[in-house]
Design a protein around this ligand. Structure first.
Ligand code: PEP
Length: 246
């Protein structure tokens, strides 16, 4: 039996509420008949309305970030409980843009993973090396250390409630995809560390390269940025092997 592939869109800071709901309404029938699990990480402002539109369907709506504290004086921040309250089912944590632009450490991300799990939110933990780390042959060590730090104190049971996304930073939004062989080799290494949980690949995934990536043994899904913004290209990714039940 083939296991379900996971296809997650990350909209970053794009789309108004109206644009988000219109997209979700058109995506719903495709997500419902897909043999893959389809998920969308939307902006906070669109969370409640898109989650309401997707209620009862196969499409899961989630957030792109959260604070680790359950509540408090953290102006501008959002907690796991607030995401759950708005209908979010999962959250991206430790995305490379958060690590690089907002200086998030493995320690902080580790606290967020624990808070998300405590609130019943499924974390998708993002890891990946920079171009400089890649070119100096440190990719394996960097990813291993990020996983170790971000997952410190997480039990085997808790581990099964989360997913990991390997996103080499040099491949995000650059049009440069890691070759399927490079991605598979890193996923194999990650598998040794985290076991049988879902490991997704992210970095310039497009309709043209998704099939070959998903055919790799340890690639269980994809995290898609730019190509998830257009319904046409995202649907082509979801339907990568014309994988409809009907
Ligand atoms: C991402 O933001 O997680 C991502 C993988 O972006 P892109 O697909 O645009 O490279």
């Amino acid at each position: 039996m083939q296991t379900k592939k996971v296809i997650v869109g990350n909209w970053k800071m794009y789309k108004t509420i109206g644009e988000s709901v219109a997209f979700v309404e058109k995506l719903l029938p495709i997500a419902n008949r897909s043999t893959s699990q389809v998920m969308l990480a939307v902006p906070f402002t669109a969370l409640e309305r898109t989650a309401t539109a997707a209620r009862g369907s196969q499409l899961l709506i989630g957030a792109q970030n959260m604070h680790d504290a359950p509540e408090g004086a953290f102006t501008g921040e959002i907690s796991a409980k607030m995401i759950v309250d708005a209908g979010g089912r999962f959250v991206l944590l430790g995305h490379s843009e958060r690590r690089a632009l907002f200086h998030e450490s493995d320690d902080f991300i580790n606290r967020k993973v624990k808070s998300a799990l405590a609130a019943g939110l499924r974390p998708i933990l993002c890891v990946g090396e920079s171009l400089q780390e890649h070119e100096s042959g440190r990719s394996q060590a960097v990813v291993e250390a990020q996983l170790k730090g971000s997952l410190a104190g997480i039990s085997a049971d808790q581990l099964h409630q989360l997913m990991v996304a390997y996103e080499p930073v040099w491949a995000i939004g650059t049009g440069k995809t890691a070759t399927p062989a490079i991605a598979q080799a890193m996923h194999h290494q990650i598998r040794q560390q985290v076991g049988s949980i879902k490991i997704l690949y992210g970095g310039s995934v497009k309709p043209e390269n998704v099939k070959e990536l998903l055919e790799q043994q340890d690639i269980d899904g994809v995290l898609v940025g730019g190509a998830s913004l257009s319904l046409d290209s995202f649907v082509k990714i979801v339907d990568y092997r014309a994988n409809c039940k009907t």
